[in-house]
Design a protein around this ligand. Structure first.
Ligand SMILES: *Cc1c(COP(=O)(O)O)cnc(C)c1O
Length: 422
């Protein structure tokens, strides 16, 4: 008879022998005493391991899951599309869902007073959403009368992905510093004020994570920063690229973070939550004015793309996720949950010497614990039914939007217990 223990042991053995995990010192991972959790199932906000233990998915499976796991609406949409076709090429052909999804995405963004976003370029993940914006911005200036605009600007501590181009924008020393010699030149600034010291006529675009920097340790920007940045870039005729890979699809309490300040960017980069967190896909949204800069002679076109661009399964999942937002009134239902999270974080900070500070942006929270304790707190939290990962000393709490108030309290209680123990 094969027991669950045997199955777990076999999965771990194969993993340690053949896999190479991202962002992971593999010697410690492969050590005999390390026993990685084997996740075998998900239901709503819960994950189940191979031994039958249940955990709240405290970081939405690395910031992607929106409506919970195994949602019947998303499952059915993917299965239905699978019956028709799993993938067809978007290079030279089209398919029924891509235009529908592009229209829905643009429609979501057209309720403000500003300019509309009207064109969508699909890619595979957050990093490629950024690559698309960088390449289109750079080429736009080359062929539209301002070839001197070659410089990109991003913020210190920024994170925009790991492909070489997106990583050039990154400000995280551990991840990016060793590759500096291979990166394209990017100027990093700390604030909007510092932008004034740069040669404005040479800048192609400024890239920012709106409202809150994620990988930097869940660091919210001061209120009004985005408005200020939009005003500055518009006045100088510089592109504004918003990286909403983490903040998109309701995380901040509105569909997109930039809607809190009624800002419309030149490039809006979406990925993680686009498919509800079910399949890898990205979308880069732009206004018609950018698109028009690529019309005319064939050499003015964008010669860039990926094999799985506009993958039909991904489109089906993304459309179903947007349907769920409407049918379940996800954003309206989220507002009281954001208030509960706020109360719970305040109580947590007051009652626990192991908690140094808490940070919140909508439904995203970062909980600063004692120096060096981040990983220990997350490990201890497992015993109390919560799975998440720290960023150094910051415990990330980014629950799927479908959680109940009781589940939010459960998650905070797990962190409280774990912090007093660690
Ligand atoms: C995760 C993330 C990315 C990169 O997305 P991948 O899908 O991992 O390539 C880019 N920007 C932000 C803000 C992110 O959180």
């Amino acid at each position: 008879m094969t027991t669950t223990n045997d199955v777990t042991a076999r999965v771990r053995a194969l993993d340690k022998k053949f896999n190479w995990h991202p962002f992971t010192p593999m010697e410690a991972w492969c050590a005999p005493e390390f026993e990685p959790l084997v996740i075998v199932r998900g239901q709503g906000p819960y994950l189940f391991d191979s031994e039958g233990n249940r955990y709240l998915d405290g970081n939405s499976s690395i910031w992607v899951n929106i409506h919970g796991h195994g949602h019947p609406r998303l499952n059915a949409a993917i299965a239905g599309q699978l019956e028709r076709i799993a993938h067809s090429s978007f290079l030279g052909f089209t398919h029924p869902l891509a235009g529908e999804l592009a229209a829905r995405l643009c429609g979501l963004f057209s309720n403000g007073t500003g300019e509309k976003l009207t064109r969508v370029f699909f890619g595979d993940n957050g990093s490629t959403a950024i690559e698309v914006a960088l390449k289109i911005s750079a080429q736009f200036w080359m062929q539209n009368g301002q070839p001197q605009r070659t410089r990109f600007v991003s913020f210190t501590e920024a994170y925009h992905g790991d492909t070489m181009g997106a990583a050039s924008l990154g400000g995280n020393a551990l991840f990016h510093e060793r590759f500096r010699v291979h990166h394209f030149p990017v100027t990093h600034v700390r604030s909007v004020a510092e932008l004034n010291e740069l040669p404005q006529s040479e800048i192609a675009a400024v890239v920012v994570e709106p409202l809150i920097q994620g990988v930097a340790g869940m660091r919210p920007w001061p209120a009004g920063m985005l408005t200020e940045l939009r005003a500055w870039t518009a006045a100088c005729g510089i592109h504004l690229i918003l990286d909403e890979v983490m903040t998109g699809f309701g995380r901040t309490g509105k569909m997109f973070a930039c809607q809190h300040e009624n800002v419309v960017p030149d490039f809006l980069c979406l990925a993680k939550g686009l498919t509800g967190g079910y399949l890898p896909m990205s979308a880069t949204l732009m206004p018609e004015r950018i698109f028009e800069g690529f019309l005319g002679e064939p050499e003015r076109a964008v010669y860039y793309g990926h094999s799985y661009t506009a993958n039909p399964l991904g489109c089906a999942a993304a459309l179903a996720s947007l349907d769920v937002f409407e049918e379940e009134k996800t954003l309206a239902a989220l507002q009281p949950k954001i208030a509960i999270l706020q109360d719970e974080l305040a109580t947590l900070a007051r009652g626990n010497p192991g908690i140094k500070a808490t940070k919140q942006c909508g439904f995203i929270a970062g909980i600063d614990v004692s120096s060096g304790a981040g990983a220990k707190v997350c490990l201890a939290a497992r015993k109390y039914g919560l799975l998440t990962r720290p960023i150094r000393d910051t415990v990330v709490l980014m629950l799927p939007l479908c959680v109940t108030g009781a589940q939010i309290r459960e998650a905070i209680a797990a962190i409280a217990s774990a912090a007093s123990e660690a």
